[in-house]
Every structure is written in C-alpha cells, then in structure tokens.
Design a binder for this molecule. Structure first.
Ligand code: IPM
Ligand code: SF4
Length: 714
C-alpha cells in the first residue's frame, strides 16, 4: 500500500463508489444542520417523498438567527408563537426560519438542540462539545466553517443546501478529491501570540486563495502542543485560506479504549507525498490584525496600513484600494492609532471557553478599576450555552461585566449580524470572528480580525492595541497551549439518540447505475451558450459580496436576483439603487456570463443563495482563475458552469467583454470563442473533465445496494 496522508486515509475509507467523471461518492458519518441552509433541503425531501436516511447521525440546532440578549429580559417579552421560552425572536423572517427548522426536525425525527435546550450553540461549537465530532469520521454541514471539526482528525467540510438535501436523503455526497497540502508550524511561540495569530499569519502568507483545491493538514511541534480549542480555531479558518478543509492528526481521546486501534492509524505516513508544503516559523510572528476586507490583509499590530501601490499584482492592488476606501483608512497609519467603536468577542473561531479565559485575563491585567474605553460598545457572546455556563462557573462573566462588557446568550451574533447584533455603517469593530468582508457584520461596518486577547485589549484601550503591553503586567501563561492549567469541565450532557461508534466504510461498493440519458437533462444545462459577459476585476469576490446576509433568511430558492451584489448595486445608507454597477448597465444587464480576472471567486460562506441569485439574474456560466470550492459545487447544482482559466486568459476575455463582444462557450468542443471574431478559441483547462462533470452532475445516480440507496436527483 503506497504511503498515504491523513486525508487520503479517511477519504479512501469512505468511498462508496468511484464515478467515471472524477468524482467519488463518499459516505458521510455525521451531519450537522442549522436553520439557514436547511429549509429548502427539507422541502426537497418532502417533494421527493423521501425520509432522512440516518436521523441517528444527524444533529440540528439554531444559531445564526437567535437573539443573544440576556434571556431574563426576554422572559419579559411576549413569547412568540411556537418558539416560546428563553429567546423571543422578534424579526419575522428569522423567526420563520427557526420555526421551519423546528417543524422539520419533528417531521423527520432528528435530534435537535432548540432555543430552550441547554446544549444549544453555534453548530461548530456544540458538535465537538457533545462528542458528535470524532476522529476518522467524515462530517459535513451546510456551513463553510465545518472545517473546524478537522481539529479532531475528522474530514469535515462545508456544503451547499442542495448537497444538504442529498446527504439527508442518502447519507452520501458526490465530491471531487482535493489535493494534499501540509503546513508545518515550528518554533517557540513568542508571548502574546495565539492560535488566531498563527492562522492569520498563515493566511497573510499563503493568501486567501492559497489553499484553493487543497485539504490542509497542519503539522509540526507547535500544532502538537496546541489544546483542542486552539486546534479548532486554526482549522476553522482553513476556509479563509481558500482550502476545502483543515485537519490535524489526533493524538489523545477520551474514548481511547473504544477506537484506539483505528485512531492510531490516523496520521500521514512518514513518506506520504503532499502536493504543496509550507513551512512556518512562529518565532517570527507578532500578534496580528487585519487592515482590509479579506482575511489575507494581515499585518503585525506593530505595523502600519499598507500602501496599495506596493502590490505588484493589478487585481490585488485594486482590491487593496477598494478595501482602504471601504475601511476609511490611509496608508502609513499605525495600526495602534486606529480607534474602534465596537468589540465583538465570540464566533465559531473564538467563542470557546479558552478564548473567553484569554480575553478575561487581559481585562483582569488592566486592573480592577479598569473599564472599557469610553464610547466603545464591547460584547462577549459565548459560542454555546455550555460555554456560557462554564464561564459563569469560573466567574469570567463577572470580570467582563465589571469592566463594562455586555455578557450575552450563545449564538453567531455579530459575526454575521443575522440577529439584531449588527455593526452600524461606518463603525469600526475589533472582532474575534473570521471574516472581515465588506458588510459582514452590518452594511457599511468595518471589521478588524484578531485574537480574543487582542480584542479585549482594544476594548480597554479604545484603539487597536498590542496585547503584550497588557500581558507584561500580568503573569498569565500564553494561551492556546496544552500547558495552560487544566480546568474542570462540567460533564457532557448525554446525546442519547446519536450513535457513538465510528463505522469505517471501506470495502462496501454498491453498484451505481445511471438512470437518465442526456436527453433527460434539465433545459438549463447548455451545450452552447452565447451571450454578453460582464467583466469583474475583484480578487476574492466572496459570497457575502455576491449576496449579503439579509437575503439568507428566505426559506425558498427563488426571487433572489434583488439581493445579487446588493451592496454594490445599492446605497448602503439609503437602500436606493446606485445604478453604476456593471450588471445595471446595458448591455451587461442582459449578461449570461461573468468573467472575473480575480482569483478565488465565490470564496467564503457556503450560502447557495449566491448561486441562486446569479441564476435568478440569468447568469449561466462564471469564468475565473479559481473558485471557492463550495461555490463551485453550488454552481454545478444549479446547472451553472464554473470554468477555470489562467489569469491571462481571463484578462483576455474580460477585455473582449469590456468591448461588448459576445462570448460563445461550447461545452462539447470545450472551447470559448468570441462571436464574430477570428481570434483563436480558448480551451477550457481540463476541458473534458469540466464538461463531463457538468453534464454528469445532473444525471440520476441510484445505488442499487439497499443498505445505501445513494441517490442523486435533480
Ligand atoms: C449561513 C451560512 C451558510 C454561512 C456559512 O456557510 O459560512 C455562515 O455561517 C457564515 O459564516 O457566513
Ligand atoms: S462564521 Fe460566524 S456566522 Fe458562520 S457559523 Fe461561525 S459564528 Fe456562525
């Protein structure tokens, strides 16, 4: 048997059947479900008359839409219909989305941590907390930060809503295997440098598209010494590095005796080959902050706002100019001179107990009398109800409250602003979350990403601040390392209905038969597409830009064209149409193709709403140098073809698009030509595979084996 990586081993153990088009049907051990990406999936099941195949391996919770204000206040508010108790959801759309999940879990018989459940919390905090996440398993969720669970040596990745439906129905998923990338992290961690600084530094180094097409394994002595919380923070932001997933080989486990033999095999073999290897020396890292609107826009806190003129890549320079304008910053400003209005400590990256302890340490180090700086609104939002209770048992809430922080209920909160916790336009937030995208925490809001300790320092100082100045005053140990003092965790609440045994699935190879011929393909699948192409020049066009969060509250797939590129097409303050965006100007208002010269189109969130809104506008094909992986899959699911070309080829096509020349995408000839021009056609990179995948994706697949009944339908 050739040497294998950790990723290879888990993948190979879960292949149900290898398809001819380069895709594998993978068995899914665990499926986490939340209210935003699931309503349309359950509707699909109902329409097809199907049940959930493994309710015992499916766990649902509400997190994005839940109010995080103190529930004592809530008890005074009228209990809304069907969602009584701890948190009253005032916004009707948020309430409808949570109510839809509540109805669906009842109808389909799923385990559910609802609003009143002591185990409720952010989906990526509760999975590990409840022992639902296990080494060697495959775990998926309709959420991009599913990469978090890779910290346990699981293969965990985010999927779109159509894929959620497929997993619910079949407990399998059709995927293309990624490349192997290893990031070796070595050296002695300097004071004040936390796991968040390590991952921000890595993204700054390899870029937000550096992990495109790869699963990253984090390795090296620094990683081995990290606590589980710290590993989760690192794996969580693999998606911000453009990777499909992040993983760390497991080394210890409470259920060791049950699964020891299998778990011990979960490491990359010594001579395993990686497609990409990166070396990181942590001694050189300082506490980091972001200055722009991509997680790759990172500088040490001792640095200054960079000058876009310093970027040699044109798309990067454009993105930096746009980012500085959005962020209201001028090149050369010291990072520590930047004033903040808000501080947010929470999210699936940094809402765990260890994060809250680290932030509280800084607040304590500031002195018993010290308060949050005047004019700053600072809030702490635990990642789960259990984290909240643990923090209260340790007295952390008192430390925060005394200093003037708001102490909140568990949920996603201001990480995404789908509840009422939103950053106002023009306000600046020091945030422990993972995305500093335009409008991420609120339309027009400005986000700087950093560690919990740095965010606490910013709250106390009122500007971005170097946490080391606080830590010198105290003798707190560096956080995130296993050397931190062990703290008694309350006993896990048993999760009765969830199976607790991993079942490696190797060796089960059900026959797969193709049911439909090409003639049965939906009309939307084109053979030749001719039409106007809209050029776009933004690197890392994230799905928050393609469709912002307020449009994610829908429970249907249609009518989303109005949300497409909303913040580009409308004045964020007045909501009035701006009419200067390319898709609002003739002839591009009839565009059927988008040509992006910038890499990593559709990065970030797994929201299939991005594909639905493009579809609703009439876009059938997106051409770019690379794509966010989940977006790419979501395109296929909606019969929209993503084509990867070189940056030069994308620029060439963008020039033609700019001149209003129609493009012709010919799927069977696997080439793109310019209507009425003699220029040489541009071949699709891996054209044959691309085209076949596109056509193949929408065929019906049935697994004959009654044990699996893997089923792909459209
Ligand atoms: C709502 C969900 C689909 C989304 C994601 O996939 O990441 C959200 O969690 C986010 O962080 O933007
Ligand atoms: S990134 Fe933010 S919104 Fe998304 S799951 Fe994590 S906490 Fe929730």
């Amino acid at each position: 048997m050739p040497a294998q990586t950790l990723y290879d081993k888990i993948w190979n153990a879960h292949v149900v059947s290898a398809q001819q088009n380069g895709l594998d049907l993978i068995y899914v051990d665990r499926h986490l479900v939340h209210e935003v990406s699931s309503p349309q999936a359950f509707d699909g099941l109902r329409a097809a008359g199907r049940v959930v195949r493994r309710p015992d391996c499916t766990l649902a919770t509400v997190d994005h839409n839940v109010p995080c204000v103190n529930f004592i206040l809530h008890q005074l508010i009228e209990r809304p219909p069907r969602l009584g108790g701890k948190a009253a959801i005032k916004d009707p759309e948020s309430r409808a989305q949570c109510a839809a999940l509540e109805k669906n879990v009842k109808e389909f018989g799923l385990s559910y941590f609802g609003l009143e459940d002591k185990r409720q919390g952010i989906v990526h905090v509760i999975g590990p907390e409840q022992g639902f996440t296990l080494p060697g398993t495959t775990l998926v969720c309709g959420d991009s930060h599913t990469s978090t669970h890779g910290a346990f040596g699981a293969l965990a990745f985010g999927i779109g809503t159509s894929e959620v439906e497929h997993v619910l129905a079949t407990q399998t998923i059709l995927q293309k295997k990624s490349k192997n990338m290893r990031i070796n992290i070595e050296g002695a961690l300097p004071p004040g440098v936390t796991p968040k600084d390590i991952i921000l530094h890595i993204i700054g180094r390899i870029s937000a598209s550096g992990g495109n097409g790869c699963v990253i394994e984090y390795a090296g002595s620094v990683v081995r010494a990290l606590s589980m919380e710290a590993r989760m923070s690192v794996c969580n932001m693999s998606i911000e590095a453009g990777a499909r997933a992040g993983m760390i080989a497991p080394d210890e486990g409470e259920d060791w005796d049950k699964a020891e033999a299998y778990w011990r095999t979960l490491h990359s073999d010594v001579d395993a080959k990686f497609d990409v290897e990166v070396e990181i020396e942590v001694a050189d890292i300082a506490p980091c902050v972001t200055w722009g609107t991509s997680p790759q826009d990172v500088v040490p806190i001792t640095g200054t706002v960079p000058d876009p003129a310093g970027f040699s890549n044109l798309d990067r320079r454009r993105a930096a100019e746009r980012a500085l304008e959005y962020m209201g910053l001028v090149p050369g400003t010291s990072m520590t001179d930047i004033k903040v209005d808000n501080v947010f400590i929470g999210s699936c990256t940094n809402g765990r107990i260890e994060d809250l302890r680290a932030a509280a340490d800084v607040v304590r180090a500031a002195g018993v009398e010290a308060k949050v700086a005047p004019g700053v609104r600072a809030m702490v939002v635990p990642g789960s109800s259990r984290v909240k209770r643990q923090a209260e048992a340790e007295g952390l809430d008192a430390v925060f409250r005394r200093a003037g922080f708001e102490w909140r209920e568990a949920g996603c909160s201001m990480c995404v602003g789908m509840n009422e916790d939103q950053l106002a336009a023009g306000k600046r937030c020091a945030s422990t979350s993972n995305r500093n995208f335009e409008g991420r925490q609120g339309a027009g809001g400005r986000t700087h990403l950093m560690s919990p300790a740095m965010a606490a320092a910013a709250a106390m100082r009122g500007t971005l601040a170097d946490v080391r100045q606080f830590q010198q005053k105290s003798s707190q140990p560096t956080i995130g390392l296993d050397s931190a003092p062990p703290v008694q965790q309350p006993a896990a609440i048993p999760l009765d209905s969830v199976a607790d045994v991993i079942i490696p699935t190797a060796g089960i190879q059900p026959a797969v038969k193709e049911e439909a011929s090409l003639a049965d393909l939906p009309n939307k699948v084109f053979r030749v597409l001719k039409g106007i192409a809209a050029p776009m020049y933004i690197e890392n066009m994230d799905t928050d830009m393609i469709i912002p969060k307020q449009f994610l509250k829908t429970i249907v797939r249609t009518g989303l064209a109005c949300g497409l590129f909303y913040n580009f097409r409308n004045d964020v303050n007045t909501g009035q149409p701006a009419r200067d965006f390319i898709l609002d100007q003739p002839p591009y208002d009839k565009a059927v193709i988008i040509v992006s010269t910038g890499k990593n189109f559709g990065c970030g969130s797994s929201r299939e709403h991005a594909a639905w809104s493009l579809d609703d506008f009439g876009i059938r094909c997106v051409i770019a140098p690379s794509f966010g992986e989940i977006f790419r899959n979501n395109c296929f699911q909606n019969c929209m073809l993503p084509i990867e070309l070189s940056v030069e080829e994308c620029r060439e096509l963008a020039r033609d698009a700019e001149a209003g020349i129609e493009l012709v995408v010919d799927l069977e000839r696997e080439e793109i030509t310019r209507a009425g021009r003699e220029t040489a056609p541009i071949r699709f990179k891996n054209g044959l595979v691309q085209a076949r995948v596109f056509i193949g994706w929408v065929r019906r697949y049935w697994c004959d084996d009654a044990r699996w009944r893997g089923y792909r339908y459209f």
